[in-house]
Design a protein around this ligand. Structure first.
Ligand SMILES: Cc1ncc(COP(=O)(O)O)c(C=O)c1O
Length: 399
């Protein structure tokens, strides 16, 4: 088969490749400590499951409207008002099969050849590939550890050209946990206000996974003058442990939302009514347990953080949100493993961890910044301790 040229423009998801590699090793019977999880390990809340069952029992199993059932759009509307103080009309709400589809629809509907999309690095690996698939040009802005992996206003200013269409970023970030404060967003907004042709896609899917008493802020809320050119994306995956239900949503300008729906109408159509019923229950139901779960994740973050920072050649900062530690392995580059192999980059280092001590993490190059690796702290406490000890052991064995 001759495949379409667009297929060579983008790569498959690196974290899914890493997960598949780990699955193969486990299937071979190897003992692997997995620090690669990209989803919370809590159950979907009972009230969301009950709503899904009630939906099935009522035989609400037909096609649904492309842009979501009215109840779902109302639930997203309520959530944006309650959590973000953002007012969206029902015709300003998109509903799709996950935040990923929402982002995909938006970029596919708006980006054409020659359009530039600014993406701060480290980034969620899908952003540049989605832009490339849409035919646009990703403009990567390196945001180093010295500013906790956040983009400074002057970097944004420098990256903007007459061809800039979008700025896309996640806060809290996958893979670094970097979480922009109100002041930091206001400083970026000041730059954006000077460039009215730039639109902003904020990926807020980790909104509720935020630590040490921080408060979440999103751009359209911080700077209302940007409301008309911001698409605020979110979903139930991370906040409510509902990754497999595939439900994401966004609020934004009517014309963009309508074109996102048009894109979806020729791919997956409306989201399953069962998933929408569960999502409505999650969004409208009690929210207190979310904080308890976040506190539990913070406890696990601290365990892994301490272990990694004690490993020779590694150094990391405490992530402000999300579920990952983005750790520098600069101190291991150029060192030699017991088998004589020299560690030349972060991919070599992560392979060394996997092969020598059976710990799986993802190399930083997958997220646009080296030499780093991403370690997820969504793992049982015993695995975080054991994995951390094994990483220390592997680092100590380098010479
Ligand atoms: C930053 C970011 N955005 C979006 C997604 C996708 O979320 P969803 O499950 O809602 O499609 C992920 C999942 O890992 C993510 O890390």
């Amino acid at each position: 088969m001759d495949f379409a040229p667009r297929m060579s423009r983008f790569k498959p998801s690196p974290s899914q490749i890493a997960s598949a590699r780990v699955r193969d090793l486990v299937a071979e019977g190897q003992d692997i400590v997995k620090l690669t999880a990209g989803e919370p390990d809590f159950p979907t809340p009972d009230h969301a499951k009950a709503a899904a069952i009630a939906c099935m029992d009522a035989n609400e199993i037909r096609y649904t409207p492309i842009n979501g059932l009215l109840e779902m759009r109302k639930a997203a509307q309520l959530k944006f008002k309650r959590d973000n103080n953002l007012d969206y009309g029902l015709d300003q709400i998109a509903v799709g099969s996950g935040t990923k589809q929402i982002l995909f629809n938006c970029l596919m509907a708006t980006v054409s050849q020659g359009d530039e999309t600014i993406i701060p690095a480290p980034y969620w690996a899908s952003y540049p590939d989605m832009v490339l698939l849409a035919g646009g040009t990703p403009v990567i802005v390196d945001c180093g550890q010295n500013n906790l992996f956040k983009m400074r206003p002057e970097q944004l200013e420098e990256a903007i050209t007459p061809n800039t269409k979008w700025l896309v970023f996640s806060s809290p970030s996958n893979p670094t946990g970097a979480t922009y404060s109100r002041e930091e967003l206001a400083a970026l907004a000041e730059v954006l206000l000077r460039h009215p042709h730039v639109h902003v896609l904020t990926d807020d899917v980790y909104e509720h996974l935020i630590y040490d008493g921080r408060t979440f802020h999103t751009l359209a809320e911080v700077e209302p003058a940007l409301y008309d050119r911001t698409v605020t994306c979110n979903g139930v995956s991370k906040a409510y442990s509902m990754t497999g239900w595939r439900l994401g949503f966004a609020g934004g300008p009517k014309d963009i939302i309508a074109n996102m729906a048009k894109m979806q109408s020729q791919s997956t159509s409306g989201v399953s009514a069962v998933s929408q019923a569960a999502a409505v229950a999650a969004l409208e139901g009690p929210q207190e347990y979310v904080k308890e779960r976040t506190a539990n994740l913070q406890y696990r973050r601290d365990i892994l953080f301490e272990k990694l920072n004690k490993a020779k050649g590694l150094q990391c900062d405490l992530p402000e949100g999300a579920m990952y530690i983005f750790c520098s392995c600069a101190g291991t580059i150029g060192k030699t493993a017991p088998n004589g192999k020299v560690i030349e980059n972060d991919e070599d280092f992560t392979m060394y961890l996997l092969e020598s001590v059976g710990v799986a993490v993802v190399q930083g190059s997958a997220y646009g910044l080296s030499p780093y690796f991403r370690a997820s702290f969504v793992a049982p406490e015993a695995d975080l301790v054991r994995g951390g000890d094994k990483i220390q052991e592997a680092c100590a064995a380098l010479s």
